[in-house]
Ligand binder design. Sequence first.
Ligand code: PLP
Length: 390
Amino acid sequence: MPPIYLDNNSTTRVAPEVLAAMEPYWREQFGNPSSLHLLGQAARHAIEVAREHVAALIGATPREIVFTSGGTESDNLAILGTLAAYPTKNHVVTTAVEHPAIHSLCERLAAQGARVTFVGVDIDGHLNIDEFAAALTDGTAIASVMYANNETGVLFPIREIAELCNARGIPLHVDAVQAAGKLPIDVKTLGAKLLTISAHKIHAPKGAGALYVGRGARLRSTQVGGHQERDIRPGTENVAAIVGFGEAARLAKERLTRGDMSRVATLRDRLDRGLCERVPFARVLGDPANRTPNTTSIAFESLEAEAILVALSERGVCASSGSACSSGSLEPSHVLKAMGIPQALAHGAIRFSLSVETTDDEIDDALRIVPEVAHRLASLTARTDYAAKR
Ligand code: PLP
């Protein structure tokens, strides 16, 4: 049986159309896009076509798209490039639940002397918007907020956040890595100045991403080299990956227009409901009514996420946890900690993330296998007494 892949927030399979679109750029069309000869110009043209597709996915103009090596680089460029452009300001406002590409960067900036405010969330994962508004000051260089949380799928109210930032003339960066392709995004109505997306989360290869740099955004390049990407991101472009990114963006937009993600949401909801019915000690984390259509984080109370993941993997189910294994002990993720999820739940939190490739049969199989694993592990840890004790 092929694996049941429910870890699409980690990465997605490259779509066959994407693979086909990329192939010529590893073979006969191998030119450097900065070269003036015909092979170089063919590569340049392919990048510009990809730029149009990526721009269209988020309602941007092609000129506003800067290709990078992925979400992490785009996130770093947004923050560091903006700080460099505002040398008299050293305050960053972000949230307590960002991906490490923002969270760890902000922690490092704070250790280096910048002022960073990490705005909190409630137990459902909702941003404390009053706290966010109060954190913005005249010394704030940039605010950075994720669109959708990678662990829980919970969405932040970006438009409202952008209004607060724009009213104070503070540029807003949005990490939309987990939202792009899953929800319609229109940067023009969103109000953000900068927005990050990543290729490998939308069925394109790893190692490509983009930063939307809206008109009026002030940004300095963080690396030095040639003149690629309007001097904002020097370095020879990863042509094949960018071409794949463009094709994946085109397919993602088509899917959004067709409404394919509502089928994914139906499967996800069936998984959620089915697991909670079959496993009395399972609980959905984060506001179930305000999430990306493909993600659910389910806590199996008093179990260890690592044990669940290993057992699931042995049965062919690929999922992920919000825990990071550090020095042999499983630390619950900073996201679940910030939400105030009790330890006994946070330690057993598993993220299931679907994609347009997920089938009804796979969800049926997951609904058989996951409860079997959970009940077996629970019996090993005397969890079977749970129902009786309650
Ligand atoms: N931001 C978010 C919300 C993510 O989920 C991820 C990856 O999981 C990243 C940034 C980093 O993207 P990349 O893997 O392309 O560096």
